[in-house]
Design a protein around this ligand. Sequence first.
Ligand code: 13P
Ligand code: ZN
Length: 269
Amino acid sequence: MMRNTNIVEEVALLASNMYRLGWDERNGGNISCMVDESDISDFVNTERVIRRIPFNCDFGELAGRLFVVTGTGSYFKNMERDPEKNIGIVRLCENNRELELLWGYSDGGRPTSELYAHLMTHAVRLKRDEAHRVVIHTHATNTLAMTYTHTLDEREFTRTLWRMCTECIVVFPDGVSVLPWMLCGTDEIGRETAKKMQDTRIVVWAQHGIFGAGRTLDEAFGLIETVEKAAEIYIKTLPAEKIINTITDEQLKELAKAFGVKVHEGWLQ
Ligand code: 13P
Ligand code: ZN
């Protein structure tokens, strides 16, 4: 029988697992899980709001819902050791544009910078399947590598993955969607991801990573794991082929500007 763990411990365990797979370097990746009060009532008093976190978003039908969410900047490597610092539980305010922190982010942190993409995805997936609960974003290594050597055409990308392992088409018959390189942490990438999530539970972000959705942590993870395994076979059997897609200097400059970092003088064109 599985050890009895609460949902925060489950998220932390998954983060450790994903870290060990090499997908979540530093603070790469984020996890969110929609929960019911009964899932957290053993350790959270939902009447007590620790603090309010402004968040400029119309929550629509998600208003009032509770989410376990990894914190921005938190290292997957450390989630299990200190879940209360690296993970939070928030309620989306009924009147919108604010999150009520009920547990976690104990060092003053806040949810992942990809929260908008997570919430937009939750809203879309819930409409498709009322049992939907989980969104995972990760920098799955081989899937990412594949976006450098394979056409980003969704049909072709999916067909290649389906052919790599016999059971792929059984696990993700809906296929995968692919977004071209876009600036991460923005509302735009969130909206585009959610649009794609109407048809597929996997969205690949070219030169960045992958988004997966499912009813449980296991299901969302299993989906990503299967895509990643297929991508690994693809990369391993690839003849020496030229990279056909890349992150351009213009896009690197856009990143530097958006995140306010000073790039080594003269190293970008
Ligand atoms: P966060 O640390 O804000 O979760 O961002 C990590 C990431 O992977 C961004 O795409
Ligand atoms: Zn990322």
